[in-house]
Structures are given as structure tokens and as C-alpha cells.
Design a protein around this ligand. Structure first.
Ligand SMILES: *Cc1c(COP(=O)(O)O)cnc(C)c1O
Length: 498
């Protein structure tokens, strides 16, 4: 399977190292620890190495080779200018241990990013430390927990989540030791205010809401939900992973939330996949700020005698919140991701508002294009639109239940069929509340032509007979894989013959 190891034992050498002060003689390891034989690593020349990785990349599907209608993960186009800026030596080659006066440029970027996110979220203080959405959630949940402990309200042991919540919400709260109270959604997929009223009392610490929810629907009654939770002394948490639907239009602060996390790698732009690299800053209202993990960047007038390094006559310095829950990440978070997202936002400026407008427009355009093409093909009986409203937000769901029941075609079959058409598959079987679910998120960067073409080809896949679709994919390097095999039988070692 792997080209690289096919070359194992070759004579090539793809690198040369300068002589260093660590000359061989100066290293004295006990003889028992010194290798007798060279490791059986492949020895490749530079061109062999380049060919290996190029070959590997061509077996993969990526946003640079095709359309990616994958909801919630938002693998969207990452403008190359971000990369240029993140690789500038003043950013890429600094070390977190360097003193503040070496870091004024980066610190000013961090400060501006904190401030911009505070404005977008309607929050008072942001920390850039968490490196994933889920980590941001846990961090904020812990801040809320410490807030209540500091007030002696130890009886608040419950966290409320709607059943449409992203799975990380209850997981984060459970990790912090809270009991999870799940409330059912209304028929239309939104929060059931009566169900909420029925479970609130002074044992509630927090309600966690994903808005727009995982069905791509805006929670119309969100302000009322906030009032209900606040009336019993609880806090409101906003899962802002899907901020690209509302950025510049409204804010969690306006909706009554006390804390929020961002997924910079989704909303802004940062190539991510397979679990990283990400950035999941959180923002909180002032009453929670003293519990945030530090350090946070604060701006103050110059006072320290390093005038020549100052940016705009100001000094940027690290600051430790008074009753911090402690660090949640080594160093200062994922600086490279923050810089890329800062570059993205600087490029857009106030146009971020257009970004969210286009994300929502593209989702709704695709949704209607799919209905249009299905009608033309006479197969509009094969799926049900998950959006109960005229306009969805940045993503929408279809239930393929009718296709499954009438023709034996599952959401998984359609997802695999799309791979043969040269597309990444949409998210399938999530959210759990929609049977045979497919979730689409085209993102703001795709053109109308791309969306039209995808809609046509999606319907062509649906028109294939079940037998054919059960075989899909037939054009990919690997066919239908056992989805859990690798997780259950983890093997990370190449089988060398000893
Ligand atoms: C992606 C996502 C998360 C988790 O973010 P990670 O960075 O993957 O940890 C949480 N909530 C929602 C709604 C998401 O889409």
C-alpha cells in the first residue's frame, strides 16, 4: 500500500545536515542504549520523496481538488494570503519563551483578534487559548462552575441541552462533572420552551445551545430561553461553532448569553481535518472574566522603557486573570491558526457580514436547486427537507428515509455514490434526530455554477438503481470501507520483516 516503505533499505539520502557542535564524539551514551543496526527506515532521495507525497496526495480528496458539501466541518477554501502572513519570519520563527518586547507584533495581532471576537460575540473578554471547539466548551463550562463555587452555589449540578445539540455540548459538561438534562425539541426542530420551563430550578448551572442548531435552524425563542434560565440564576452558553451563519448580523450577547466559543478553523479559515489543527477561543461576559485561563493579551500605554519596540505607542503584554481555572493548553494556544484567521478577517473587514450572508445564501440556493432538479427528474418523493422554515441558515438537512423505504437506497449509499462523481460526501447520519440524514453546508466560497452542477449530479446519483449504488464507490483507491475497523484494530506500525 505504501510507496515509501517499498523503498525501504534503498541507498538514497534526501537531506544533508550541517556539522553541529553535537559532533559524534561529544555524545556519550551507555553502550547498552546505542543502536547496533540502522533503523529500517526507507532511504529515499529527494525526488523519490517528492514523488511519494505527490502520489499520496492524489489518492486523497481535498478542497483544492473538488467541492466539499460537508456540513459543520466547514472545509472551505483557505485563502493563500493567510499562509503567506502566517509564514512571515516575525511570526513563524518566534518562540513562546521570548520576552514581551520581542513579541509586540504577534501580541498586537492576538489583541486585535480578541477584540474583534468580543465585538462579534457581544462579550466582554475573550481568551484565545483553547485549540478546539470542544476544548473551548469545556473551558467555559469550567469557568461557569468556578463562578458558582465562588458564590457558594454548589447545588447547581445540572446542565440542560436540547436533543438537537452537538454531541460535544453534553460531553464537555459531563467531563466537568455535571449531570446532563436533555430536553426534546418541538416538531419543527426548535427548542421547546414548555419542556424547558418544566426542568428549570436552582439546581441548573447552565443551558448549552447550538444556534443555529444542528438542523441549520435559528432558534427564534432564544431570548425567552435566556430569560427563563437567568430567572433561576443559571447561565447561558452559546456553541458558536456555526458563527458563519450570523457573523455581523446578531450576536450571542444580544440573545442573552453569558459565554460562547468560536471555532476559528470553521468560521474563519484554517485548513483542518482529522482532528486539527484548530483554535477554539471563548468569550465571556465580565462576571466570568476573572476565571478565564491565562495569559490573555492586554493593551496599555508604554511604561517599561522598551519604547522602540512599541506598536502605535501602545504596549501589549500578557495578563493573568485573578481567579483563573488554570491553563488548558501549553503556551498561548495555537498561534498559527489565530494568525491565519486574523488575516482572513482583516482581508474581509466589515465584509464579514457578507461572508455570513453568502454562507446562508449558498445553503438556501443549493437546497432549492436540489428540489428543482428532483422535480425535473420526477423523484421528489425520495427525500424530505429537514428545514421547517422558508429560509435555512448556513446548512440544511435532507432525510433520505423515503428513498430507503421505497427503493432500498440509504443515505450511506448516496454518500458513496457521490464519491464516484468526484465529490466529498455531505455529513451523514447527523444530527441524530433526523432519520437517514444528509447534512449539507456548501459554505460561502462556492460559485453558483458549482452548486448547480452538484445539484444535478446529486439527483443523478439518486436515480441509480439500488444494486448499483450498493457497490459504490467503484472509482476510488479503496472501495467501501469498514467504518470502525481501524478504530477497533489500531495498527500504526509498518510490518517490516525482521
Ligand atoms: C465542530 C463543532 C464542535 C466541536 O468543535 P471541534 O473544534 O471539532 O472540537 C462543537 N459544536 C458544533 C456545533 C460543531 O459544529
Amino acid at each position: 500500500m505504501s510507496r515509501l516503505f517499498d523503498f525501504a533499505g534503498g541507498a538514497g539520502m534526501g537531506y544533508s545536515q550541517p556539522d553541529t557542535i553535537m559532533a559524534k564524539e561529544s555524545v556519550s551514551l551507555p553502550a547498552s542504549l546505542v543502536r547496533k543496526n540502522l533503523p529500517k527506515w526507507p532511504r529515499l532521495s529527494e525526488p523519490e520523496m517528492v514523488r511519494h507525497y505527490t502520489w499520496l496526495s492524489r489518492r486523497n480528496f481535498g478542497i483544492d481538488t473538488g467541492f466539499y458539501p460537508l456540513g459543520s466541518c466547514t472545509m472551505k477554501h483557505n485563502p493563500r494570503v493567510n499562509e503567506v502572513i502566517a509564514q512571515m519570519p516575525g511570526i513563524a520563527e518566534i518562540h513562546p519563551h521570548q520576552p514581551e518586547h520581542h513579541l509586540q507584533g504577534l501580541l498586537s495581532i492576538f489583541h486585535e483578534m480578541q477584540h474583534m471576537l468580543e465585538i462579534c460575540a457581544g462579550m466582554d473578554q475573550v481568551t484565545l487559548q483553547p485549540v478546539a471547539g470542544a476544548q473551548g466548551e469545556f473551558t467555559a463550562v469550567r469557568c461557569v462552575q468556578e463562578f458558582f463555587r465562588s458564590r457558594g452555589e454548589d447545588q447547581r449540578t445540572k446542565v440542560i441541552v436540547p436533543d438537537s445539540a452537538h454531541g460535544t455540548n453534553p460531553a464537555s459538561a459531563a467531563m466537568a462533572g455535571f449531570e446532563i438534562i436533555e430536553i426534546p425539541s418541538l416538531e419543527d426542530g426548535r427548542i421547546d420552551i414548555d419542556a424547558l420551563k418544566a426542568v428549570v430550578d436552582d439546581t441548573v448551572a447552565l443551558m448549552m445551545v447550538t444556534n443555529p442548531n444542528t438542523l441549520g435552524l435559528f432558534e427564534n425563542d432564544i431570548s425567552q430561553a435566556s430569560e427563563i434560565i437567568h430567572s433561576v440564576g443559571g447561565q447561558m452558553y452559546y456553541d458558536g461553532a456555526n458563527f458563519n451563519a450570523i457573523l455581523g448580523r446578531t450576536s450571542p450577547g444580544l440573545m442573552g448569553f453569558d459565554a460562547v466559543h468560536f471555532n476559528l478553523h470553521k468560521t474563519f479559515s484554517q485548513p483542518h481535518g482529522g482532528g486539527g489543527p484548530g483554535s477554539g477561543p471563548i468569550g465571556v461576559k465580565s462576571h466570568l472574566a476573572e476565571f478565564l485561563p491565562g495569559p490573555i493579551v492586554k493593551k496599555r500605554p508604554i511604561s517599561s522603557g522598551h519604547e522602540e519596540f512599541a506598536v502605535d505607542d501602545m504596549w501589549y503584554g500578557w495578563y493573568q486573570p485573578a481567579n483563573s481555572i488554570g491553563k488548558v493548553q501549553q503556551w498561548h494556544g495555537n498561534a498559527g491558526a489565530v494568525v491565519r484567521c486574523w488575516a482572513y478577517y482583516r482581508r474581509y473587514g466589515y465584509g464579514l457580514k457578507d461572508m455570513s450572508e453568502h454562507a446562508v445564501l449558498n445553503a438556501n440556493y443549493l437546497r432549492h436547486a436540489l428540489h428543482r432538479e428532483a422535480e425535473k427528474a420526477g423523484i421528489s418523493d425520495m427525500f424530505i427537507d429537514g428545514a421547517t422554515t422558508k429560509v435555512a441558515k448556513h446548512e440544511f438537512t435532507l432525510s433520505l428515509l423515503p428513498a430507503k423505504e421505497k427503493y432500498g437506497i440509504s443515505a450511506m449509499d448516496v454518500a458513496k455514490g457521490l464519491l464516484d462523481k468526484g465529490y466529498m460526501a455531505p455529513t451523514v447520519y447527523f444530527p441524530l434526530v433526523v432519520p437517514e440524514c444528509m447534512m449539507f453546508e456548501p459554505t460561502e466560497t462556492e460559485s453558483r455554477d458549482t452548486l448547480d452542477k452538484f445539484a444535478k449530479e446529486f439527483i443523478q446519483v439518486l436515480q441509480q438503481d439500488a444494486e448499483t449504488l450498493h457497490q459504490a464507490p467503484i472509482t476510488t483507491p479503496v472501495r467501501r470501507v469498514d467504518e470502525v475497523y481501524a478504530a477497533r484494530n489500531l495498527c500504526l506500525r509498518h510490518p517490516f520483516d525482521e
